[in-house]
Design a protein around this ligand. Sequence first.
Ligand code: IVH
Length: 681
Amino acid sequence: MSSKKLSQEEVRHDGHSVRASVRATELRAQLNRWLHEYHVLDAPSVADATYDRAYDELVKLEREHPELVTPDSPTQRVGAPPSSKFEKVRHLSAMGSLEKVTTAEALDKWADDVRRRLDTDDGIAYALEPKIDGLAINLTYEHGLFVRGATRGDGEIGEDVTINLRTIPAIPLRMLGDAVPDLIEVRGEVYMPLSGFRALNERLVADGKKPTPNPRNAAAGSLRQKDSSITAARPLSFWAYGIGVHEGAPLASHWQTLQWLKEHGFPINPFAQRLESIEDVAKQCAAWERRRTELDYEIDGIVIKVDDYEQQRRLGALHQRPRWARAFKWAPMTATTRLTKIMVRVGRTGALNPWALMEPVEVGGVVVSRATLHNEEDINRKDIREGDDVIVQRAGDVIPQIVGPAGAHRRGTKPFKMPAQCPLCGTEVVKPEGEAMHRCPNRACPSRGLESLINWVQSAADIEGVGEQLVRRLWELGLVRSLPELYRLTKEQLLELDGFAETSATNVVNAIAASKAIPFRRVLYGLNIPDVGWVTAQNLARHFGSVDRLAGATQEEIIECEGIGPERAEAIAEWFADSDNARLVEELKTLGLRFEADEGDRPVEGPLTGSQYVVTGTLESYSRDEARAALEALGAKVSDSVSKKTTGVVVGESPGSKVAKAQKAGVPLLTEDDLKALLGG
Ligand code: IVH
């Protein structure tokens, strides 16, 4: 072999190629760095495809040179053969648990006790972390390499679930940095993000399996799978919150430990804080209870730890419960109750919406007795029946959801069936091909008119002093059954009703008259055109400028308007082609409502021009529409869905899935206070 040939060809050494070995080391380091950026820092620096290419290259190299496989290779996260049982392992140091407090008074009492035992009034700092509702695990690292992971078990002995923990990308297989301790136990919580939990349940239900009752059970069940490839397919994640035995890591406080863990590649919850007064601790606990539904994971409280390790040592523990820590716990977000009856409400578009009437139960600090059910198919897939004990959940949703029947408890007998006739007008119900919803096809069905009138006074026109109750009364008396009738309502008619006097009747009539001035886009929104919500109405108003131009537009022309696809365009064109609807528009025009775009419809130039916001959940000092209008008045664009272009999502109480979407897209979340600041107080 000539020397030239030698340098071109791969040099064989110890039975494998040096070049392959160097490349494998390079790929491993790079892939582990990218995994860390993605799953721990939440800041990926490369596209998924780049990662996949490098991963595939490493798989190929390792297949050709099996001797190059190392235990910390990202390819070794899955692949161990299914185990028949989990071995018991003794933790090197015991895993304690937390004493809980549920009131500010109990928290104060604890702080008093801490002060008394430490014999000091100041110099006590506290570390706060969200208490993740998952399961505690213990990870052992030897010389930086992950060697064993176990569940908490009874605190002394847990189950060895190493092969399953290896599949969780947020858990490093090798600690970062050169100076790693000889031996360390890292403790933390494995959890399932809410977005992943919902997706998992949808999948389980679609496969004809029972949904999991809550993210905690889902995480626990996923971690106890005998086949680690099932665990690998579950969206599990991890936050580290402490250490056990540690040799060669000089750490003096909990806060220092958290920073140290972060530097060594472990995910630390970004909301961890260090505070120096117990008053601030109490304030934060209260603030967090309000914000708990904004996160993409469930937290059931706040863990408060005396920060200094020397102070912790002096305080000690009682029955495995440290005197230096407390869990400030809130009410759980899931509960079991009895589903008394499945009711059906006909919406303003004719869709039959089933909902559940339940025995009142407290979920996450709120008493609930109603929950939405999506449609007949969904109810029967989840096997929910009248008379069942069911699991109710509030997980960042406005209205509670029924997850499914509560295991082997009391069971109802009959599967649910949608009524064959509309509960309001008796018309034969239809279920269009390919749609999940049953519908009442009768366009004159009273419920449609009533629901859209309610929507008009509460949302589209937002008429002061006219609410759902009054509209229902006027409807039942036959006084107002359409929008034109609302605008023709007289003071005399109102005076005939109980509870109305001269002033109150005049006020109502004046408020109704004043609402004729609402801009065209709000009128469009209130007309109850299928699938035309707040944002679409605005886009249509701006694009077409007048109802005449919109009514005269073809489907193709409507598609040209922002955010409108062929189906919606067809439905809009059909709505305007209907002679009853055309008559309604003419009548409202005659009554003086606005059907031409003007100032009120045009985007305003202002300090927020160029930014785009989404508003979700219930706000305290504004209705959602008011918040949108206020943002628009400063030039912002307000949209219904979160995208990469979204500047921020304003989050009220009980928001929906938009929060998770925003978090995924890296879009900032704004509180009501942030919104107030944005609007200039
Ligand atoms: S510290 C001795 N910190 O709460 C103290 N626990 O009852 C050990 N948990 O089993 C726990 N988040 O499952 C700690 N930031 C956190 C936590 C946390 C959740 C869980 C953990 C533990 C239970 C304590």
